[in-house]
Design a protein around this ligand. Structure first.
Ligand SMILES: Nc1nc2c(ncn2[C@@H]2O[C@H](COP(=O)(O)OP(=O)(O)O)[C@@H](O)[C@H]2O)c(=O)[nH]1
Ligand SMILES: Nc1ncnc2c1ncn2[C@@H]1O[C@H](COP(=O)(O)OP(=O)(O)O)[C@@H](O)[C@H]1O
Length: 199
């Protein structure tokens, strides 16, 4: 039997993907598992290696890509990011719904695979609010912030392309956006709950 469909969350940096997915994983810890990506960016305060990301050097990441260890990889804001085969496999082996937090290049590439994912775009209410949230988060240098805002403009256009996303959620009020995310995933959540109850 095919396992549960993976869920792809995408959208501009600062749109609220991590906030929403952390809420979801907290409420449904026996349903969802996070696909831990690799990245060459430095860890932020509070981020854990192996939990938020596998933090690696460019050399290590490139060697893994060359070996064929990655399903997809992309360059974002001056750093490499990628989903390893192991990251997805580890979650699916536990019969959990695998959640991927990836950029739009990742979305395009995952669409070429047989993962049969559900694609959800998280968008900010406006570019002004996005900028404020990113500044208030205090994780980025001015240069990194500007790169993210430039990428966000492209991403916001991409989210409007027909047929790319199953659901587009505008994260204005967090509780409302979270409710919409849960609604979008209700069928999958119930399916996993039923399977684990009967086993
Ligand atoms: N293609 C791809 N994008 C990723 C991956 N992991 C994270 N990203 C994306 O990289 C971008 C930057 O992520 P990050 O540095 O954590 O910053 P944040 O989104 O501002 O919290 C975001 O759009 C993520 O969705 C990955 O494995 N593959
Ligand atoms: N609905 C919301 N209203 C106000 N602030 C929010 C909302 N959602 C997220 N934030 C804040 O905005 C910032 C960016 O959110 P984050 O989850 O880190 O985004 P992403 O993972 O998409 O880069 C964080 O500081 C977060 O606490």
């Amino acid at each position: 039997m095919a396992g549960p469909r993976p869920v792809v969350l995408s959208g501009p940096s600062g749109a609220g993907k991590s906030t929403l997915l952390k809420k979801l994983m907290k409420e449904y810890d026996s349903v969802f598992g996070f696909s831990v990506s690799h990245t060459t960016r430095s860890p932020r305060p509070g981020e854990e290696n192996g939990k938020d990301y596998h933090f690696v050097t460019r050399e290590v990441m490139q060697a893994g890509i060359d070996k064929g260890d990655f399903i997809e990889n992309a360059e974002f804001s001056g750093n490499m990011y990628g989903t390893s085969k192991a990251a997805v496999h580890d979650v699916q082996a536990k019969n959990l719904i695998c959640i991927l937090d990836i950029d739009m290049q990742g979305v395009r590439n995952i669409k070429q695979t047989d993962l049969n994912a559900i694609y959800i775009s998280i968008q900010p209410p406006s570019t002004e609010i996005l900028e404020k949230r990113l500044r208030d988060r205090k994780t980025e240098s001015e240069d990194s912030l500007q790169r993210r805002l430039r990428a966000a403009k492209v991403d916001m256009e991409f989210s409007k392309e027909a047929g790319v996303f199953d659901v587009v959620i505008v994260n204005d009020n967090l509780d409302v956006a979270y409710g919409q995310l849960k609604d979008a995933l209700l069928e999958e959540i119930n399916m996993v709950k039923k399977t684990s109850a009967s086993s």
